[in-house]
Design a protein around this ligand. Structure first.
Ligand code: PGA
Length: 267
């Protein structure tokens, strides 16, 4: 049975207290549900939680104090800036993430691309910086509705993936760390998930794009997540697709029950 990656992107929801409460509730849920303990212990499940910047340090502390950090559960940031320090008002650097033992980050989420204008080039710089500085990158890609309707899905995904990956130092140990997330923009937060076969097609294509830049040796084992309106009712058929290794969840990740229901059928 394949290992499932269950990642929760909390976006601009949950302050410090709510983030801490979620992690404590997750600990209690785990006590009461041996299926979850077993899945995590047997490395059949990895959970990633992505709180807001202000909640990161305290979420990390609660994760450690509850021992969940030893149970295949980790905390990541939703973004960071690729320089170590400097006159970049409003930004948070990778070194600041290192300081609080936060060693993973989303990169190029569609809301960063489309609301905050992050370019492929900036995302590529963030990817490089993450790989050089101990941050596991979760590289997001995906087309808008207009691009899908114009038949441009593959072109857009190929561009996003190849711009990010080209000229990477082909050091196996770091490049292998990249986690990919295919998130069609039209499916994010809309309640309209991609059909499992359509999501599979693009995830398979994403693997092909990884292969054409990095080679098959990297693409075969690459972890590719699907994101966009994932919930317990559609997760099973998505996760059963051969090229989908996990899910990046927004709305349904905000409550412990709705989040864990996503993987319950795989227990
Ligand atoms: P959603 O968000 O599950 O609410 O659609 C997914 C995401 O933005 O990563």
């Amino acid at each position: 049975m394949k290992k499932i990656y269950l990642y929760g992107n909390w976006k601009m929801y949950k302050g410090i207290e709510q983030s801490e409460n979620f992690i404590n509730d997750l600990g209690e849920y785990m006590e009461d549900n041996s299926w979850l303990r077993q899945m995590l212990k047997n490395d059949r499940l990895e959970i990633g939680l992505f709180p807001s910047f202000t909640s990161l340090a305290s979420a990390q502390k609660v994760l450690t104090s509850t021992g969940l950090d030893k149970m295949n559960v980790h905390i990541g940031s939703q973004n960071f800036y690729y320089e170590e320090k400097g006159a970049f008002t409003g930004e948070v650097s990778w070194s600041m993430l290192n300081e609080i033992n936060c060693n993973s980050s989303l990169i190029g989420h569609s809301e960063r691309r489309h609301i905050f204008g992050e370019s492929d080039e900036m995302i590529s710089q963030k990817l490089r910086s993450a790989l050089s500085n101990g941050i596991i990158p979760v590289l997001c890609c995906g087309e808008t509705l207009e691009e899908r309707e114009n038949g441009e899905t593959e072109r857009v995904v190929a561009r996003q993936i190849s711009t990010s990956l080209q000229d990477l130092d082909n050091n196996k140990s770091v490049v292998e760390n990249i986690i990919y997330a295919y998130e069609p923009v039209w499916a994010i937060g809309t309640g309209r998930s991609a059909m499992p076969e359509d999501a599979e097609d693009v995830c398979r294509y994403t693997r092909k794009c990884i292969s054409s830049v990095l080679g098959e040796k990297y693409s075969g084992n690459a972890k590719i997540l699907y994101g966009g309106s994932v919930k317990s009712s559609n997760a099973e058929s998505l996760l059963n697709q051969p090229d989908i290794d996990g899910v990046l969840v927004g709305g349904a990740s905000l409550q412990v029950d709705s989040f864990l229901d996503i993987v319950k059928s795989f227990a």
